[in-house]
Write a protein that binds this ligand. Structure first.
Ligand code: SAM
Ligand code: SF4
Length: 327
């Protein structure tokens, strides 16, 4: 599928808006309700939309949430997804808290070998402060187990926030000296009514400079097929990679190859723009494959050329929260 001059081959599927964590940069600051069960796309509905997406050129899928592993039946859904021949790449973004050795083995068995974990701090007390849950050791154990079982690459997403984890940037980047992890610092995206202040946002150039000042030069790396938007570097003698995802300081919209399917069954052409197209209602009303494919294609005509998150005065900044879109 084509959107402007961009080829869209990547579908990011949010299987649930529910999460066992309450990360302060992700969920709304004010009380919020979850989507009613019957309004959430059933697995067979997601599989049908994905299959049709594949017929239109989707080859990569990432499963996200909320937290994907809180949804019942997720493993048998993943197994069925793995049977879609057109999919060359299936990965999952998770907070890791519900992953056990047995579950990671099951993922490997079905052919899923790429996991992204989210971990913003190496301090259990701060972990509780940001996620609202006392699960630091659980998450770290999952990462270590995944490493032990040969999951590769293990990507670790860290949102850098001033006054919270900025004093740990070097320790987090330094994990790449010991482990072959891809640590990816993500610039905080202010969405909806998050209780993180804009001033807490730390841009990549500052993170980059802090790392170099303490750990030495970051050597730029060649881009590879599965890189996504991360700009990749290596510390000398490191086993892993330090990456930067720069939605704020240098947006990558012109290279964006993604379409999102929310757990409510809406297609969302841009993470940072609230335009969504309902595909679940027509599907439930009996739309044919041909009609559903037309909906997918027409959604992409709304894929914006750039986002306006950098501009606090812009009118089209998203009010949706990341927990309901999946990041
Ligand atoms: N629950 C899973 C997890 O935490 O990995 C998957 C969903 S979560 C929304 C996906 C990613 O979005 C996480 O890595 C998280 O750090 C990131 N994220 C959430 N809110 C964000 C924000 N406001 N700015 C930047 N990244 C954010
Ligand atoms: Fe949940 Fe992930 Fe959002 Fe944290 S970042 S609240 S783990 S969806």
């Amino acid at each position: 599928m084509i959107a402007g001059n961009r080829t869209i081959n990547y579908l990011r599927i949010s299987v649930t808006d529910r999460c066992n964590f309450r990360c302060r940069y992700c969920v709304p600051a004010s009380p919020f309700t979850v989507i009613e069960h019957e309004k959430i796309a059933r697995y067979e509905e997601i599989l049908r939309i994905t299959r049709l997406g594949c017929e239109l050129g989707i080859t990569k899928v990432r499963i996200t949430g909320g937290e994907p592993f809180v949804r019942k039946g997720i493993f048998s859904f993943l197994e069925q997804l793995c049977r879609l021949d057109a999919l060359q790449d299936i990965s999952i973004t998770t907070n890791g808290a519900l992953l056990t050795r047995e579950k990671i083995k099951a993922l490997i068995q079905m052919g899923i070998r790429r996991l992204n974990f989210s971990l913003d701090t190496l301090d259990p007390v701060k972990f509780f402060a940001i996620t609202g849950r006392d699960r630091y050791h659980r998450v770290w154990d999952s990462i270590m187990t995944a490493h032990d079982l040969g999951i590769s690459p293990i990507k670790i997403n860290a949102v850098a926030l001033r006054g919270f984890n900025d004093d740990e940037i070097c320790a987090i980047a330094g994990l790449t000296k010991k482990y072959p992890f891809h640590i990816r610092f993500i610039e905080y995206m202010p969405m909806g009514d998050s209780d993180i202040e804009r001033q807490q946002q730390i841009l990549t150039r500052e993170i980059h400079a802090r790392i170099e000042a303490t750990l030495g030069p970051l050597i730029p790396m060649e881009r590879e097929y599965n890189d996504g938007p991360a700009k990749k570097f290596k510390l000398s003698n490191a086993r892993g990679v330090v990456g930067f995802i720069t939605p704020i300081s240098s947006h990558f919209c012109s290279e964006c190859n993604r379409l999102r399917l929310t757990s409510r069954g809406t297609l969302r052409p841009c993470l940072l723009n609230d335009y969504e197209q309902d595909i679940l209602s027509p599907l439930r009303a009996g739309a044919s494959d041909h009609q559903l494919k037309s909906i997918i294609e027409s959604t992409l005509t709304h894929k914006p050329l750039f986002h306006s998150l950098n501009d606090p005065k812009a009118k089209n900044i998203p009010i949706s929260h990341m927990n309901s879109i999946g990041g």
